[in-house]
Ligand binder design. Sequence first.
Ligand code: NDP
Length: 257
Amino acid sequence: MSYQKKFRLDGERAVVTGGGRAIGLCCVEALAEAGAAIVVIERAEADAREALALREKGYDIDLRIGDVTDSARMEAIATELADGGRAATILVNNAGIGQSGIPSQDVTDADWLRMMDVNINGVFWCSRSFGRHMVAMKRGAIVNLGSMSGIICNRPQPQTPYNVSKAAVHHLTRSMAAEWAEHGVRVNAVAPTYIETPMVMAVEANRDRIPIWLADTPMGRMGAPEEVASAVLFLASSAASLMTGTIVNVDAGFTCW
Ligand code: NDP
């Protein structure tokens, strides 16, 4: 028995949505370094430049252009990969959007629908399309990007649509895990705290919020995207062979308080 080998992904084929930057890009690197062949899904080729540059390290990285809200496109990519004998055995549902600071009474229909479309519909469309082939193959691992916002309600900024979308991701994770366990497909999620990525750092209003967030965090710091990718790698690997339907907090202790 080699415990180190359990973290290897040689022969696996991983699809990472939104794998072009930040947490998604780190997931691409983590899974590729472990030996998986990767297909990144991004909306534009320019967004995937850094991911494709990882080929220089000898990694097998491919790109498909698509928007996770486009269920027909996700189905077409899944079918194309399966028809070519390269059906995904790992899916990381990373693509997501954030929006905060809007009180619920001011959230527009468009705000709400867009949040649900990307953060929950997109996760379901991809899980359904890529997961169908995993079910047929009787093996696979799906890792969803949930959030501590699916567990707690952030303060001081209101962000009900985001929080609800991530709570839905968590329950989708449990529901599909229960359903697909008998087919050899594991479904888990990570629930990160605030991570230093464009989603958080590009928002001007967050500068004043950060000290409040850190005061609420036992470890007193935000996270780096690589720290999330490590947990994703673990859940995708056979080191987590007994884990399904789990929401793994990667949150510097935030949810302890
Ligand atoms: P970023 O905004 O930095 O990156 C998101 C990536 O997803 C981008 O590459 C983006 O591409 C892509 N994307 C967005 N919408 C779509 C779409 N409709 N179809 C395909 N790709 C899309 O986010 P993070 O790296 O910070 O977050 C990644 C995930 O982690 C998200 O699900 C997020 O909710 C979750 N998370 C993040 C936390 C944080 O503090 N950063 C905390 C907890 C969870 P494009 O350039 O086209 O927009």
